[in-house]
Design a protein around this ligand. Structure first.
Ligand SMILES: [Zn+2]
Length: 268
């Protein structure tokens, strides 16, 4: 029997322990191998495929992650809904470390990353006005709040190229635009999911204030890692509960993202 999954999780390596009856699958895609072997297992009644975004040994920095291979691999397993937990910096004093933000908008400040599957045989223009799945967002917000987690429903994630953190001036500029949080991996992950007509929901855990918000040295890598480790268990629980709460049948617009568009190749 061919292994299938209907929900995908792209996240940190703390998530392996979530999966029952886990099976590891090595997948090849037209875009090379994904970040690592894909682990497929169950959470409650749902079948879930998990990919560690940076690889198990954390070998891929944000700008080197094989984003296209990761999303393609998930879709080829049957996945149609994706949850994407990640660590972010906060641009607002009121969102401190430990806050959970479920963003509804995105600003792409990356450069030089391949951000489309459709770069041969004609253009494919998908709508990205609302980059996240409304249904996945609502489910995540509801689930987090019912677990007692202070949760921000909406906001704008700025995705920077990295691997460096923001300068103070950049951070102040992002904040002055009204944007909420800063990360390095949310793009092109979100657009590639949309290009495959997948639902995509970002679960953004604030680990620190970005450089512009507070005086001091700005964020350090050690701070981020230490804080994230402390919150891994909490995020793991949220992912597991959200997986179980996601709808069986999609009624959101994500699955229709490619309707009426002539594709240069068949999707898996
Ligand atoms: Zn959706």
């Amino acid at each position: 029997m061919v292994t299938r999954a209907d929900i995908g999780v792209i996240g940190g390596s703390g998530f392996y322990s979530l999966l029952d009856d886990a099976e590891e699958i090595e997948l090849a895609t037209p875009y090379g191998p994904p970040s690592d072997v894909v682990t497929v297992g169950r959470i409650g009644s749902r079948s879930v495929a998990f990919i560690p975004r940076h690889g198990r040994d954390h070998r891929f920095p944000p700008h080197r992650i094989p984003y296209r291979a990761n999303l393609w691999a998930l879709r080829s397993l049957g996945v149609r809904q994706v949850l994407a937990p990640s660590a972010v910096g906060s641009l607002r004093a009121e969102y401190g470390p430990g806050a959970l933000v479920i963003p509804d908008q995105l600003v792409d400040r990356t450069s030089g990353r391949v951000q489309t599957y459709y770069d041969i045989d004609g253009a494919v223009h998908v709508s990205f006005a609302d980059p996240y799945c409304p249904s996945g967002r609502a489910t995540a917000v509801r689930t987090a709040r019912s677990g007692g987690w202070e949760t921000v429903d909406g906001g704008t994630l700025v995705v920077i190229e990295g691997p460096r953190f923001s300068t103070r001036a950049e951070s102040q500029w992002y904040a002055a635009n009204g944007w909420s949080i800063v990360g390095m991996t949310g793009f092109p992950e979100a657009i590639l999911a949309r290009e495959l007509a997948l639902c995509y929901t970002s679960l953004s855990l604030v680990t620190d204030h970005d450089a512009g918000v507070e005086a001091g040295q700005g964020v350090t890598h050690d701070e981020v890692l230490e804080f994230f480790a402390q919150n891994v268990t909490r995020m793991r629980t949220l992912v597991a509960e959200t997986v179980e709460a996601l709808p069986d049948e999609r009624t959101c617009p994500c699955g229709s993202a490619l309707d009426g568009i002539k594709l240069p190749f068949e999707l898996p």
